[in-house]
Design a protein around this ligand. Structure first.
Ligand code: SF4
Length: 267
């Protein structure tokens, strides 16, 4: 089925109003961040501190230097919306063939005005937002409303557990999920499977329950745990000390979803 490509309202950019953003990676030929072959824009800055985060260079909103055995590497480049859209539009011929552009991070909602301005300047391309869902409802609606697909992470339904493992409240996330279910934008819920943390039957059941309460019932994808998560922490000057047992394989338990007739699969 052909997906409708949405266009944001075009604005006439002026030097004073064009927002700038900070990107820590611009990865071409990605295949896991939405349909087809894509270019993924990794935006710098995230308000969460997930214990399992495998992109520590995306946490700080500022450009930084990573230091490792191979030497120093600057991370984080500033672009105007016009500059980034021009780079992405140059790839339009390839990306239009069933693929598109994905905004990921970090958390793209931290740079919502910039992301929205880039999307406004894109040619007819499929746009995906890969988000933790954490941000103001205004920012969320601004960006999600310009996208064709939202990959919405749901980690933990229990409020206290969410604060413990991600450092933030899950209420803004659940509020934005409800907002998304009332919008026209397609969405998929993605659950990172962290052993003993997010993969418990109680948490998966609570996610399935929340899904059936939404006015629109999305597909759920369970994401396997990235065991190389800790690799880049030292280079970012951070300590990798997850309080869960990394040696335990996470449970890809689809039963809680099947019991409530929620379409779910291991991604
Ligand atoms: S939301 Fe994503 S980028 Fe942010 S801390 Fe969690 S895993 Fe890392």
């Amino acid at each position: 089925m052909m997906r409708a490509i949405k266009k944001g309202p075009r604005k006439t950019p002026t030097v004073a109003t064009v927002p700038t953003g900070v990107v820590f990676d611009l990865r071409e030929l990605t295949v896991h961040d939405g349909p087809g072959i894509r270019t993924t824009v990794f935006l710098k800055g995230c308000p969460l501190r997930c214990a399992w985060c495998h992109n520590p260079e995306g946490l700080s909103p500022e450009p930084q230097v990573m230091r490792g055995a191979g030497g120093e590497r600057p991370v984080g480049q500033s672009y105007t919306a016009f500059e980034l859209a021009t780079i992405l539009n140059r790839q339009a011929l390839l990306l239009r063939d069933g693929g598109g552009v994905t905004f990921s991070g970090g958390e793209p909602l931290m740079q919502a005005a910039f992301v929205a301005a880039v999307i406004d300047r894109l040619e007819e391309l499929h746009v995906t937002l890969d988000t933790s869902g954490y941000g103001t409802e205004e920012d969320f609606r601004l960006v999600a409303g310009k996208c064709d697909l939202v990959l919405f992470d749901l980690k933990l339904m229990d409020a206290e557990a969410h604060r413990r493992w991600t450092g933030v409240d899950n209420q803004p996330i659940l509020r934005n999920l409800a907002a998304l279910a009332s919008m026209k934008t397609e969405f998929i819920i993605r659950v990172p499977l962290i052993p003993g943390v997010t993969d418990t039957p109680e948490n998966l059941r609570a996610i399935a329950q929340r899904v059936i309460e939404l006015p629109k019932r999305p597909r759920v994808e369970l994401l396997p745990y990235n065991r190389a998560a800790g690799g880049k922490y030292a280079a970012c000057g951070l300590e990798w000390r997850p309080a869960y047992d990394e040696s335990v394989a996470p449970q890809a338990n689809l039963k809680p979803f099947q019991e409530l007739n929620v379409e779910a699969a291991l991604a």
